[in-house]
Design a protein around this ligand. Structure first.
Ligand SMILES: Nc1ncnc2c1ncn2[C@@H]1O[C@H](COP(=O)(O)OP(=O)(O)OP(=O)(O)O)[C@@H](O)[C@H]1O
Ligand SMILES: [Mg+2]
Length: 220
C-alpha cells in the first residue's frame, strides 16, 4: 500500500510551520515505526529551492503573473518527483507545507489569472496527485502580516510579503471558497488562537489521520 500524503495551507504568518514542527516532534515519538517526513513549497529539492529564490527575490519586479504561476508549478513538479512520490512509494507519511491550493488562491484568485487556468496548469504538473487531507490555517491577514513583521525585525519583505493588504485579503477569500468546495479534504483550523491551541488542533487531526491510515494498512 502507498503512503499518506497530507498538506498544510494558509496565509503568510498563519503559523503553519510553527505548528507543524511542534506537532511532528510529538507524533514521531508516538509512532516510532512510521517514517513521517515534512517538506515545503516552493522548494523541497535543490532545483526547486533555486526556483523558489527566483520567485521570491524582491529584485524581480518585472515578473509576469503567468511566469510566476509557471515557476511555482515547475518547482512543484520537481518536488513531487524527487521527494513526494519516492516517499509515498516507500509507504511513508509526507506532509507538505503548501501545495496546489496555494497556487489556486495566490495566482488564480489574488493575481486574477483565474482558478480554472491555474488548476489546468497544476494538473499538468501533478498529474492529479492530491493530498488525502489538507489542514487550512484560517487567519485575518492583518494578524499574519503583523506576526511576520514582529518575528523578522529588520529583514526585508520578500516579493509576496510586499503585496498590499488587499492582495492578502483576496488570498483568504480564495482559501475560504476552496474550503467550502472541498469539505471532505480541507479541515479548517482557527489560527488566530495561541500557538499551543493551534498546535493541539493540528496534532489531534494528524493523529487521527495517521491512526486511520495504520488501521487501513493493517487490513490490506
Ligand atoms: N498562534 C500564534 N500566535 C502568535 N504568533 C504565532 C502563532 N503561530 C506562529 N506565530 C509566530 O508568527 C510567525 C509566523 O509563523 P510561521 O512561520 O509558523 O507562519 P507560516 O504560516 O509558516 O508562514 P509562511 O506562509 O510565511 O511560511 C512566527 O514568528 C511565529 O513564531
Ligand atoms: Mg512557513
Amino acid at each position: 500500500m502507498d503512503g499518506l500524503f497530507l498538506t498544510l495551507e494558509g496565509p503568510d504568518g498563519s503559523g503553519k510551520t510553527t505548528a507543524l514542527h511542534k506537532a511532528l516532534a510529538v507524533l514521531k515519538k508516538e509512532f516510532p515505526v512510521l517514517t513521517i517526513v515534512i517538506s515545503r513549497e516552493p522548494g523541497g529539492t535543490a532545483i526547486a529551492e533555486k526556483i523558489r529564490h527566483v520567485i521570491l527575490d524582491p529584485a524581480n519586479e518585472l515578473m509576469d503573473n503567468r511566469t510566476e504561476a509557471l515557476l511555482y508549478a515547475a518547482a512543484r513538479r520537481q518536488h513531487i518527483c524527487e521527494v513526494i512520490l519516492p516517499h509515498l512509494r516507500k509507504g511513508h507519511i509526507i506532509i507538505s507545507d503548501r501545495y496546489v491550493d496555494s497556487s489556486i488562491v495566490y495566482q488564480g484568485v489574488a493575481r486574477h489569472i483565474g482558478v480554472e487556468a491555474v488548476k489546468t496548469l497544476n494538473y499538468f504538473a501533478t498529474e492529479g496527485l492530491t493530498p488525502a487531507r489538507t489542514f487550512y490555517f484560517d487567519l485575518d491577514p492583518e494578524i499574519g502580516l503583523k506576526r511576520i513583521k514582529k518575528a523578522g525585525g529588520d529583514r526585508p519583505d520578500d516579493r509576496l510579503e510586499k503585496e498590499k493588504l488587499a492582495f492578502h485579503k483576496e488570498v483568504r477569500k480564495g482559501y475560504l471558497t476552496l474550503a467550502k468546495e472541498n469539505p471532505d479534504r480541507i479541515f479548517t483550523i482557527d489560527a488566530s488562537r495561541s500557538v499551543a491551541q493551534v498546535q493541539e488542533d493540528l496534532y489531534n487531526e494528524l493523529k487521527e489521520m495517521i491512526s486511520s491510515y495504520i488501521r487501513k494498512r493493517e487490513k490490506a
